[in-house]
Design a binder for this molecule. Structure first.
Ligand SMILES: [Zn+2]
Length: 304
């Protein structure tokens, strides 16, 4: 048995050795230069292709593989081109991330370009610190080094959404401050509680499990999450579980969450006691006081 096995094994090897489908005659190798049809320039470079850069000095032309002479760029031109391309890529990333943060992450139908333009303009620079000095300072400090959770509370139109958006915009455009003094861009997701639950219920009703899970995964995994207007969605006990699921996972992973509400005392009513006590560890509270910011803005606009 064993011998027969050995014999058959050897016959396979022998068969492989004598296979005839592989050509044995030497193949003539083609040089890359022949394929590209390259050749040296037939004439010396024309004088108008020589030029001089103020920084790099004289720049000689360069010969293409086809034998044609072309003007050569200097180091500063190459660096300027790279910087321009880098800036374009960054601007594109900024635009894409801004759309994603303020609605795009929920799906294309949640993208409203007018809203995005408006909310992108809500920055620390466009916020008047004199009206909410302490709130401004706390929000600004958080945007430099986001840690723990933030609760913004106060009556209507006092600028809560403005500061939340300013945190997102600053983290994306300026970045968080690293120990060495450098900056690192941080992405975030911004959603109002009614908007989130509308999208959540929609995927649930449509039995769209992929998007349903995706939605929850997004709010759990984003480095910064803003849940605006917690008290504008109906308080329902079944939502407590969803809030707990999200906040517990985020707190465990030490990912900061920012909430805003008009009714601080009733927060547990909306998100549940368990979620509230989970968020309380390392919570920065920001009280917003003063006149209705939006109404004042409207008055100013109508006067203008
Ligand atoms: Zn140069």
């Amino acid at each position: 048995m064993t011998q027969r096995k050995k014999a058959s094994h050897l016959s396979v090897v022998r068969h492989e050795v004598v296979r005839t489908d592989v050509p044995t005659s030497p193949v003539k190798m083609t040089k890359l230069g022949e394929l590209l049809n390259t050749h040296e320039p037939a004439t010396p470079p024309p004088p108008d292709l020589f030029w001089e850069c103020e920084v790099c000095g004289p720049i000689a032309p360069c010969a293409l593989p086809t034998g044609r002479w072309i003007r050569r760029s200097c180091d500063c031109q190459r660096k300027a081109r790279e910087a321009r391309e880098q800036a374009e890529m960054q601007a594109m990333w900024q635009r894409e991330q801004c759309v994603r943060t303020f609605g795009g992450w929920l799906g294309n139908k949640w993208v409203d370009n007018d809203v995005i333009r408006e909310i992108r303009g809500k920055t620390f620079d466009s916020f008047d610190p004199s009206r909410q000095e302490e709130a401004y300072e706390k929000a600004f400090a958080f945007a430099q080094n986001p840690r723990g959770n933030v609760l913004l509370y106060g009556s209507y139109g006092t600028g809560k959404t403005h500061l939340e958006a300013a945190i997102c915009n600053s983290l994306r455009e300026v970045g968080r401050l690293l120990p060495g003094g450098q900056r690192q861009p941080v992405t975030s997701l911004f959603v109002s509680a009614p908007q989130f639950f509308m999208a959540y219920e929609e995927t649930k009703k449509a039995f769209d499990q992929t998007n349903h899970i995706r939605l929850v995964e997004h709010v759990i995994s984003t480095p910064i999450l803003v849940f605006d207007d917690i008290d504008k969605s109906r308080p329902k006990e079944e939502r407590w579980e969803i809030y707990w699921f999200i906040f517990d996972a985020r707190c465990t992973a030490r990912r900061p969450t920012i909430l805003s509400t008009n009714k601080r005392e009733e927060l547990d009513h909306y998100i549940g006691e368990a979620s509230l006590s989970r968020l309380l560890r390392g919570l920065v509270t920001i009280e917003m006081v003063g006149d209705d910011y939006r109404r004042e803005e409207e008055v100013q606009h109508s006067v203008l």
